[in-house]
Design a protein around this ligand. Structure first.
Ligand SMILES: [Fe+2]
Length: 231
């Protein structure tokens, strides 16, 4: 099933996908567990992402930041190359967008570069909501809620791989975020969303890949993570 590039909200299928940024607030609909704003990155940001991957292929940036932070902070922490400025400005924009959407003062920003594929299992996170976006490489994979057999998550897989455990019926059930897409992934800790957190995983491919991606979380998740590594 290919549902990318549609403009829709489908409460039965629990997802919202739109080219219209205002529709990202559909995440507040009780039935929705992923809200995607589809957007195209401009060439400056794409170029900046490539430069960053070349310069720092194992970048792992993680900071609690105020919603009005200056890009000087990123310049100081990551690098002063002027070709990176458009990337920093986009991060600044997304952080503010996330904080204003949820009316919070700070957020946990992570910027990660990897130069080898990860192969995690499908899972739902115990958090309220996470913004995920990929600047380079394959994007996050997710399963529409109506196509998931949640009994097969975690120990329910009986030691079987996700593609044969019965977690989903067929490979084409798996959806992918594209480069530039802004995904709001609702988790198990969102009020009244227990048992409905978005089921997702890092990109899973047969070949090596490089990837640059960003996640933005509620600041309280960062504060809890200092004392508890279960997130
Ligand atoms: Fe996750």
């Amino acid at each position: 099933m290919i549902i990318a590039n549609q403009q829709n909200i489908n409460t039965k299928k629990h997802y919202s996908i739109s080219n219209d940024i205002s529709k990202i607030s559909n995440i507040f609909n009780r039935e929705i567990n992923i809200s995607i704003w589809k957007r195209n990155l401009n060439s400056n940001i794409l170029h900046a992402s490539e430069i960053l991957l070349i310069k720092n292929s194992d970048l792992q940036f993680s900071e609690l930041i105020n919603k009005n932070f200056s890009i000087d902070f990123l310049i100081d922490k990551i690098g002063a190359d002027e070709k990176l400025i458009s990337f920093y400005e986009d991060i600044q924009y997304l952080t503010k967008l996330f904080c204003e959407l949820f009316d919070i003062k700070d957020a946990w920003l992570r910027i990660d570069a990897i130069d080898k594929p990860m192969c995690p299992r499908f899972h739902a996170d115990h958090l309220k909501c996470r913004l995920v976006t990929t600047y380079y490489g394959p994007g996050t994979q997710w399963l529409p809620n109506n196509l998931v057999n949640r009994n097969k998550l975690g120990h329910g897989n009986n030691g079987l791989a996700d593609d044969i455990s019965g977690l989903f019926s067929k490979k084409s059930d798996i959806e992918n975020l594209d480069v530039g897409d802004i995904g709001l992934l609702k988790g198990e800790a969102w009020v009244n969303n227990e048992g409905l957190g978005l089921v997702h995983r890092s990109p899973h491919t047969d070949s090596n890949y490089k990837r640059l991606y960003v996640t933005i979380d509620f600041g309280d998740l960062y504060r809890r993570s200092i004392f508890n590594n279960n997130y």
